[in-house]
Write a protein that binds this ligand. Structure first.
Ligand SMILES: C[S@@+](CC[C@H](N)C(=O)[O-])C[C@H]1O[C@@H](n2cnc3c(N)ncnc32)[C@H](O)[C@@H]1O
Ligand code: SF4
Ligand code: SF4
Length: 334
């Protein structure tokens, strides 16, 4: 690693561990005892950064600050401003529903090649549509190298007894989106926000609804997305400021964020993007995978970022507004 790559690695990996774990919604949901002790002190962040640098020099493997596992791109809702662009997937571009065997093989590979994963989240689409979800959560919670586990759900499908049993784990929490005021939901689907919350409470399962506490007006519009080549410095800064850069495993590939699965499955890819994809299902040794993951964090930004155009973003929108007939979803070249 040269000097610039090391600077990028510190910024995109080491500092991100602190950023993600001390993020407001994460603090409301998960628990990182050492980090939260350090958080109380003025020098906590600096001490933590130096500890992680030392740890990396000794272990020679990176920490995954956050990792999301996208189990499906299908959803029971059709949110206009979905940060994963789910309403824009078509029957041709949807990924196959993840199966436990694929999840286990993907995660085992990552775990052999990294120091640890601070936290892993099950996301979609709507992850509760996945038949193997309980098995996956159970497996993730049992891994020593995975410190915390969460599920992000829209509350339209209630957990069954088996799921509740698995969720009763100290490492686990539910990020329950508050779409209880959403209108124009498709027939046959209902948001069961209060029932879901009550079920979790009765079973002492940690639940956070970041949005409910903020009157469900926390959403913002997404960037316009199209193939492009933008200024390098602008992209580096854009990536650094991007709140969606959560390292998503989708269909066996490590992608940088919630927008990347949409770009990867629906748009023409630049050569740079194609060269940067980490494919967990190819034949690769743990050592080579570690090298690829270190390279991934040592770039100024992922090539995917050139697709994102963040002009005129609106904030404070109601959560989960549905796509209505005649709506133009705000993606694509203006
Ligand atoms: C993409 S969702 C996936 C899980 C599930 N379908 C859900 O909606 O909770 C992950 C999280 O991103 C949030 N989210 C989606 N679009 C957003 C937007 N435009 N602005 C802010 N948060 C958004 C959701 O509310 C949810 O908490
Ligand atoms: S934000 Fe809405 S459309 Fe997107 S995955 Fe969640 S519920 Fe589905
Ligand atoms: S491609 Fe880059 S800028 Fe766009 S959402 Fe992903 S991380 Fe953010």
């Amino acid at each position: 690693m040269n000097k610039q790559e090391w600077r990028n690695f510190k910024r995109n990996n080491i500092e991100q561990v602190w950023w993600w774990t001390t993020n407001e919604w994460v603090r409301e949901l998960l628990n990182f005892p050492l980090i939260y002790t350090l958080y109380k002190f003025k020098w906590g962040k600096k001490i933590h950064r130096n500890l992680l640098k030392l740890r990396f020099f000794i272990k020679k493997k990176p920490i995954m600050p956050i990792m999301e596992y996208m189990v499906t791109t299908r959803c029971t809702l059709q949110c206009k401003h979905c940060n994963s662009f789910m309403p824009k997937f078509t029957d041709k571009t949807h990924i196959k529903l993840a199966r436990f065997e694929d999840f286990k093989s993907d995660i085992d590979k990552v775990l052999k090649s990294v120091d640890c994963i601070e936290f892993i989240g099950f996301v979609g689409g709507e992850p509760m549509l996945c038949n193997d979800l309980a098995k996956m959560i159970d497996y993730a919670c049992k891994q020593r190298k995975i410190h915390q586990v969460f599920l992000a759900t829209n509350g339209t499908i209630l957990p069954d007894k088996n799921m509740i049993k698995v969720m009763k784990n100290k490492k686990f929490g539910v990020q329950l989106s508050d779409y209880s005021h959403v209108k124009n939901i498709k027939t046959g689907v209902t948001v069961k926000f209060n029932d879901y919350k009550d079920m979790l409470k009765e079973n002492n399962i940690i639940c956070n609804s970041y949005q409910e506490k903020r009157d469900a007006v926390t959403w913002f519009t997404m960037p316009q997305i199209y193939k492009d080549e933008q200024d390098g410095n602008k992209m580096r800064q854009q990536y650094y400021n991007c709140v969606q850069s959560c390292n998503v495993i989708c269909d066996g590939k490590i992608l940088p964020c919630t927008a990347a699965p949409y770009i990867y499955n629906n748009l023409e890819l630049t050569e740079k993007v194609q060269n940067e994809i980490i494919d967990l299902r190819k034949n690769i040794s743990p050592k080579d995978l570690t090298k690829e993951i270190i390279e991934y964090f040592s770039r100024p930004n992922p090539a995917f970022c050139h697709y994102c155009h963040f002009e005129n973003i609106q904030y404070g929108l109601p959560c989960g507004e549905q796509v209505e007939e005649g709506d133009e979803i705000r993606i694509g070249k203006p």
